[in-house]
Design a protein. Structure first.
Lengths: 115, 114
């Protein structure tokens, strides 16, 4: 069955430092991959997505992610973290076998930013 | 334009009560999804509509959960005889099309069953 693993439950990064959030997926074919961010009391906001083509994907708010098929990974990166980036981050894969392409989410990584 | 809206934002129900959660998708969005997000977990798929047709309800945890979208726009998720394990945030998302269409999420309804 398709699944998404986010190995890090909680990460703390100093403001201005670089960030990498890990995501590994299990999927039989080429997946559709997503990163979402969720701030307290807010809905999920799409940061970026990968469907095909260039394996380095640029998103909003200065985020990028790289699809590595050999490692079944889709890690999220940002070169310089801002205090406003503190939130919950979810990696997701679209289940193309399911009508409507429901998303399968990881359990999330909580990002804290220290000053 | 307006995003996905959900009401109520918070709902407290006593065990055994029935609840109804509403989702207003973005106008013109064909696809509508419901997800359940337990505390400390990622969202989990419940059900999917394409227009008024419920094409997938494989994620509904029990027959106490029922969803409808009678006119292909607003959707209601109903939970009968609520149990404590139903406590979660219920998220609604809509998209223009599938597969792979970007899903836009509402703020969610936080249901607490006491």
């Amino acid at each position: 069955a398709q699944s998404v693993t986010q190995p890090d439950i909680h990460i703390t990064v100093s403001e201005g430092a670089s960030l990498e959030l890990r995501c590994n997926y299990s999927y039989g074919a080429t997946p559709y991959l997503f990163w979402y961010v969720q701030s307290p009391g807010q809905g999920l906001q799409l940061l970026l997505k990968y469907f095909s083509g260039d394996t380095l994907v640029q998103g909003i708010k200065g985020f990028e992610a790289e699809f590595k098929r050999s490692q079944s990974s889709f890690n999220l990166r940002k070169p310089s973290v801002h205090w406003s980036d503190a939130a919950e981050y979810f990696c997701a894969v679209a289940d193309l076998n399911q009508a409507g392409t429901a998303l399968i989410f990881g359990k999330g990584t909580t990002l804290s930013v220290s000053s | 334009g307006a995003g996905v809206s959900q009401s109520p934002r918070y709902k407290v129900a006593k065990r055994g009560q029935d609840v109804a959660l509403r989702c207003d998708p973005i106008s013109g969005h064909v696809s509508l999804f419901w997800y359940q997000q337990a505390l400390g977990q990622g969202p989990e798929f419940l059900t999917y509509f394409q227009n008024e047709a419920q094409l997938d309800k494989s994620g509904l945890p029990s027959d106490r959960f029922f969803a409808e979208r009678p006119e292909g726009s607003v959707s209601t998720l109903k939970i009968q005889r609520t149990q404590q394990e139903d406590s979660a945030v219920y998220l609604c998302a809509s998209s223009l099309a599938a597969p792979g269409g970007e899903q836009y999420f509402g703020p969610g309804t936080r249901l607490t069953v006491t």
